[in-house]
Ligand binder design. Structure first.
Ligand code: SAM
Length: 349
């Protein structure tokens, strides 16, 4: 049980290692991080038995940038037949769990295993119920079984209120047919991640105002309009005509980096692909000058030292806002829909 397993986007294993190692050092949890290139996961192997449990207790999963899911436990080898029996034997060392998710890594092997997992879930669930290993209780840990192959799985647990919101951290969002671009899902995912569902009606309310920088063709604007916000869409490119009929969108052909609204708005969102330092400065200006109350901004990742560089930029934004005497909550996550980027969320408190 001394290993913390962290899922991630393939290619970002190094970032996860750097991130978890930094937190572990700060929290005085001894151990080492390791990963295989493109494996879509990293491990933090703790020197002490309680190390992984301490990391899950001291860290908020949603605050981690690169991990998509986490679980503490260990890898186990499974026999060709009676995998259920073998898992039950291993689970004797684990606490009783309140829910079960079968997961795979976001790799080609993982995709191939999804069908196996779907078939395996029902008999496993039944056996766990019968053995009293699984009772429906949100207060109990979630059992997270990550299959590496039919013969090997990571048997892990995580607090149900301190792990990914969706299995493998992959949101199940339906692409809205009327939206003009697939990027629309990115803003929706950001809202799910950064705004508790119970607060959507207050923080994304009809009649609120928003500026969408780099808006064309309008996937993000569509999300805002869908919640009846009034949007100034800033882009030299064309906006989808269907959006303009809503009567809620004003299209401004202007440079998103110099555009300023006549009056402060509730929301600023920005999906312009730019150098991250320039985007960070834009964020500081909008929040710092009180041009918006809340923001979701795409931050393109630098080529090298991606974790260290993101941390440095976030600190710079935080220091800049503090120097102005402002209290701003800052979150940052590589969302499922993010590729070579992370998404930042800022809110004036
Ligand atoms: N969020 C949009 C959607 O959901 O449909 C997609 C945005 S696309 C990734 C980036 C957009 O930024 C492009 O339409 C591009 O024209 C615009 N853009 C690039 N540089 C810009 C700038 N300096 N000012 C305003 N828009 C810019």
């Amino acid at each position: 049980m001394n290993t913390l397993l962290l899922h991630c986007r393939p290619g970002f294993e190094g970032e996860v290692c750097a991130e978890i190692a930094e937190h572990a050092a700060r929290l005085d949890v001894a151990g080492y991080a390791r990963a295989k290139a493109n494996g879509a996961y990293a491990e933090f192997v703790c020197s002490e038995d309680e190390g992984a449990e301490r990391l899950q207790r001291k860290l908020r999963f949603e605050r981690l940038i690169f991990p998509r899911q986490w679980a503490r436990g260990r890898f186990v080898e499974l026999p060709e037949s009676d995998r259920v029996g073998a898992l039950l034997a291993v689970l004797a060392e684990y606490p009783q769990c309140g829910s079960l998710w079968l997961e795979v890594f976001d790799s080609n092997e993982g995709k191939e295993l999804s069908t196996f997992c779907r078939k395996f879930e029902a008999p496993l669930r039944k056996a766990l119920d019968k053995a009293g290993r699984l009772v429906e209780d949100a207060g109990k840990p979630r059992l997270l079984l990550t299959f590496v192959s039919g013969r090997q799985a990571f048997v892990g647990i995580a607090p149900a209120n301190n792990c990914a919101m969706w299995p493998m951290g992959i949101p199940r969002l339906k692409f809205p047919r009327e939206a003009p671009s697939r990027s629309t899902l990115k803003l929706e995912e950001a809202w799910h991640h950064f705004i508790p569902r119970a607060e959507w009606d207050a923080r994304l309310a009809a009649g609120m105002t928003a500026v969408d920088l780099g808006a064309a063709p309008g996937g993000w604007t569509w999300q805002l309009v869908n919640r009846s916000l009034k949007v100034i869409a800033v882009d030299n490119g064309p906006m989808a005509e269907s959006l303009m009929y809503s009567g809620l969108v004003e299209h401004q052909r202007a440079d998103g980096f110099t555009f300023r609204p006549r009056r402060p708005v509730d929301w600023m969102v920005c999906d312009i692909v730019e150098k991250p330092a320039r985007t960070a400065a834009l964020i500081e200006t909008w929040l710092g000058e009180g041009l918006c109350r809340e923001a979701v901004v795409n931050l393109k990742l630098p080529m090298k030292q991606r974790y260290a560089e993101v941390r440095r930029l976030l600190e710079r934004i935080d220091d800049g806002l503090k120097a102005r005497g402002l209290k701003v909550g800052i979150g940052c996550k590589q969302l499922y829909h993010d590729r070579e980027e992370v998404t930042c969320h800022l809110r004036r408190l």
